[in-house]
Design a protein around this ligand. Sequence first.
Ligand code: ARG
Length: 462
Amino acid sequence: EAGKLWGGRFADGPSAALEKLSASVHFDDRLAPYDIAGSRAHARVLHAAGLLTTDELRRMTAGLDALEADVAAGTFTMTIADEDVHTALERGLLERIGSELGGKLRAGRSRNDQIATLFRMYLRDHARTIGGLVADLQDALVGLAEAHPDTAMPGRTHLQHAQPVLFAHHVLAHAQALSRDAERLRQWDERTAVSPYGSGALAGSSLGLDPEAVARDLGFERGSAGNSIDGTAARDFAAEFAFITAMIGVNLSRIAEEVILWNTKEFSFVTLHDAFSTGSSIMPQKKNPDIAELARGKSGRLIGNLTGLMATLKALPLAYNRDLQEDKEPLFDSCDQLEVLLPAFTGMMATLTVHRERMEELAPAGFSLATDIAEWLVRQGVPFRVAHEVAGACVKVCEAEGIELDQLTDEQFAAISPHLTPEVRGVLNVPGSLASRSGRGGTAPSAVAVQLAEVKADLEVQ
Ligand code: ARG
């Protein structure tokens, strides 16, 4: 078996069934640029250790450059017989510089430390891409909040009318969650900036190579792995990345669910732009929120990628085990899914038409100002326990009469409680209710303006 990296002790080549099972080249080929960067860095430490002459290093590097160009141009083909990307690229190098020199590159490294390093490099790049796409979505949400600085809507708990809130307040709540996701990605990246290269198969290298130099070369700011067994066996960085991407998916699904509701005839809070909604093949009138539904659906898939990887890792003995080859497809998928979903989702949010009159008409419905009555009474010196009872009695009368709180007459108020003087009407309107919640984090326009500034400041550092 000429191309294999491990033929020496075998009399027979692998069966076709094994070859098919074992192959990862059809998905790990996307790591090729990172593998070549690793090889270049490795060649330099071999040279520094006196294991390659300067001329050999020059020819090796030129060969890697040529291979890289062919990979980028799509003229280097990897096949299932190559098993994995590392084997394929070794073949490519040998084809270009001959087996005598090409065969020296493998000294002091293993596919175990290679894959652990390349996977980190790949995910770090995609963490940046995904972080940028999350920032674009936050920008769209900030835009919505800025376009509707004083639009009220029904705030909900248990999906029931609870208290009126500003639409901007609600939208910025989603933006805050995304700010934390973006921060998680940055903190993850900082933690993942450790290079396993030089760990070898598991025990390190006897060849006097400098893993710190490789780490510097490959952009790992925190240097090389402090323990070669951990370097090759650890995948918590992958699990954590899977969690962060799943959390982004979950956060998108929560926005999505609301957009789907808001876009129904019954809510009529928003209209989706034609370019970001779909039609039906049979019902000519339909305009469907497919982007939001796909976000909701894909969040399940992202969670599956996380739980699948956790199940693979559970109880795996140290150090490398081939089970670990199962780590890449779910993580690649999580990146791919978010990278197609986020731009569409951002487009949908950036082009939403918001129906202010409809939201504001419903903001005081469902007796959502009852808390304002109770808190007004507290400000008049009534204990909250009593105030809560009195406000509840107002709701009871309204329900019986089929009216809203602000339609109670002065006489009805007085009959419910002597504390309810006509001045209570001052809080029985949405703008008054909103403006009264002016403490930090509250729904008053002044407080929401602070939240807007904070999300924008977060975006500055992203
Ligand atoms: N393709 C493997 C993976 O993705 C890396 C190669 C290690 N293989 C081995 N037999 N030691 O984990």
